[in-house]
Structure formats: C-alpha cells, structure tokens
Design a protein around this ligand. Sequence first.
Ligand code: ASP
Length: 280
Amino acid sequence: MSIAILVHGGVGPHDFQTEREQGMEKAVHTGYAILENGGSALDAVQAAVRVLEDDPTFNAGTGSVLNELGEVETDAALMEGATRRAGAVGALRGVGHPVELARCLLEEGRHVLLVGEGALRFAREHQFPLVEPRTLVTAAQKKHWSDHRGTVGAVAADHRGHLASATSTGGIAGKHPGRLGDTPLIGSGTYADQRLAVSCTGDGESIIRMVLAHEAACRYRERPEPAQVARESIERFGLEVPGIAGIILIDSGGRTGWAASPGTSMLHGLATPEGITVGY
Ligand code: ASP
C-alpha cells in the first residue's frame, strides 16, 4: 500500500508565512516518520496535529484565537476510517493538546463528543494533563485578536491502506463562549471511512450547514478521483453557503486532493515515498 500524509494549516489570509511553513514541514515529517515505521494512520495524523498545536503561529492549542471574553476555547476531533472509531472534544479551556484528549475519548469508546466542563471532567478522570488557561494565550493573539486563521488538520493512509483524519482549532476569533465549529462535528470538519479521510477548515457555521467532509466522501463514492472531489466540494460550497472553506483528503491508495475557496490560500504539506512538499 502507498503511505502518505497531507496536513493543512487553515484557509485564509495569514501572517508569519515563513514560521508557518517551517512548522508545517516539521508536522509533516513527524507524521510521515510514523507511517514509514509501520505505524497507523491514526497515530500519524494525531502526531502531526500535535506539533501544530504547540506552534503559536497556528490557530490550535497554544496561540489559538480568542473568544469574545479574550479566552482560548478549543475544539478537536479525530476519526479512524476502517473502524469508524471517533473522538471529539469542544469548547475546551486549559487543554494544551486537544487532539490528544479527543484520542483518549476515541480509545475509551463510550462517547464520541464531549464539550466544556464535562470534557474537562473526563480529562481529570483519565489523569490527562490540564494547564492554566492563560498559558495558551499568546501576546500575538492579544494584539491581533480578530483576524487570525490557521486551523490545523491532517489526513493519512498507512501501509495497510487504512485511513484517518484529525482536525484541531481555536475556532473563529471573537466567537461566543460555548460556540462549537465544524471541527469536532464528525462529518462536517472531520471524517474518515474505508475509502476517504477528510479534514476541513474555514467558516465553521457554513461548513456545518454543508456537512462538508461527508459531502466530499459521498462525492468520492460517485467518482473516486480525490483531486476532483476536493475541487468540486469547494465549488459547491461556494454556490450554496456564504464564507470560505478549504479541504484536504486522501484515499486508501494514498492519492490526495486539496482545494480552497477562490481568493484564499491554504498552507499544506504532503509527504509520500517520493518526498515532502510544502506549498499553498
Ligand atoms: N473551521 C474553524 C471553525 O469554524 C475555523 C477555521 O478553520 O479557520 O471553528
């Protein structure tokens, strides 16, 4: 089977281009090393996303955008296609690595989505490390406040042809406390089945209304061409709902596709046996 990982750093206009490209390269490397050593797609997407949660130039984990109270509140999800296991968490305060809490929920297997205080309670019950919420707020975020994008996501195919997807975000700047975006909603921002794994970024309210990740998976069943599915999914998004979106996807043959709304850019990095590329 052909292994591959594709990672995105959010759709939009962005600051910190060089730093973000370096961060992306590190994330892709980290995820791909796991695949190369025979690891699972699920471990690979989680590891890649974790790297970007630690990178303050991305809108996930440390450096996330601030809500209207000036706080970081994050959402994350991951899904394994072959088993359809999924874990998602939302409206989290004081979690440095939301994707790892989502993985913990996935492994426990009882629920798919936990939010807010209940999710933190789950974290404490599982001795999951929590941090002082203020430590996730960066000076750059306090200054920029309203125009930072840079959600992160990854999709991968492992040596067994199994697929996984993960997404992590601080959501949209100035959001109401308690707002969940598309990221933790399985089928909207994050989705994987046996055929395709998908991660989305962009205006969450519109992505939710389109159930965009699942829409792409349905499209793939009709016509199994990842690049075309990515393009057509974003075209349909533009015709039906306001705002912008970006999408990355991979099939079990390691074939990838990505697309972003016209007039936007989406930093992404791809690693395959042929090498690593980072671009827009
Ligand atoms: N989709 C994310 C959300 O709405 C934000 C983004 O991707 O920029 O929460």
